[in-house]
Design a protein around this ligand. Structure first.
Ligand SMILES: [Zn+2]
Length: 213
């Protein structure tokens, strides 16, 4: 078992470049509490020799849509296009609510609406369709953990934005779900990047956001 784990780590190290090094943190490493985030410290040993000493890393903070925004929409408020949300019924698959970050169960009420996940209106502030539970649901709270809903598609589109909410060019990429967490870590290491948007790879629908921990 130990040998198998080491081989996975080494194989990952061979296929990534320096800015993807956080990918190595994803494998079976114990977490410890540290301030406003979680940190990992790790060493890889091969034949009794330390081949890579990991530095301490702050984990990103994942967030769903703010509760006050969602409650207003659930109460019949208008969306980013100035329209009342459409009411529908979930078919039980691929209908993730952007507030509780769970698939809306089969037969449960669902709102379809346009959302602009930015603080201001500007050329980079994309607006697009999202789903929400029609009933009041609890916001996703495990902010330091990649929400499990983000493992339900084969790939995701991620993009880094600066503090002015402009795209940091060069950060946008489509990544497999299995490397999503590590790829977000890598983008957040860029000092210019303030946050990352996670979107569906095929339909560009906004899913969630990751900030620096
Ligand atoms: Zn919900």
């Amino acid at each position: 078992m130990r040998k198998e784990k080491l081989e996975v780590i080494l194989s990952s190290a061979n296929m990534v470049t320096d800015h993807h090094i956080p990918f190595l943190f994803s494998f079976g490493v114990p977490f410890e509490s540290a301030g406003n985030g979680l940190r990992q410290k790790h060493e890889i040993r091969h034949s009794g020799r330390v081949i890579q000493t990991m530095r301490e890393v702050k984990m990103p903070l994942y967030s769903a849509l703010p509760t006050e925004v969602v409650r207003a929409l659930q109460a019949g408020g208008v969306d980013a296009n100035g329209q009342i949300a459409e009411f529908s019924t979930s078919d039980g698959s691929s209908n993730p609510c952007r507030h509780c970050l769970q698939d809306i169960p089969l037969g449960h009420g669902m709102l379809i609406l346009a959302h602009r996940p930015f603080a201001r209106v500007h050329p980079y502030a994309e607006t697009g369709p999202v789903f929400l539970c029609s009933d009041q649901c609890d916001r996703w709270q495990s902010v330091s953990n990649l929400p499990p809903i983000l493992a339900t598609s084969p790939e995701y589109l991620i993009k880094g934005y600066d503090a002015a909410e402009r795209i940091v060019y060069g950060t946008g990429t489509v990544v497999p779900a299995i490397t999503l967490s590590a790829s977000i870590d890598a983008i957040l290491e860029n000092p210019v990047v303030a946050f990352v948007h996670i979107r569906s790879a095929r339909n560009n629908c906004y899913q969630a956001r990751a900030d620096k921990g």
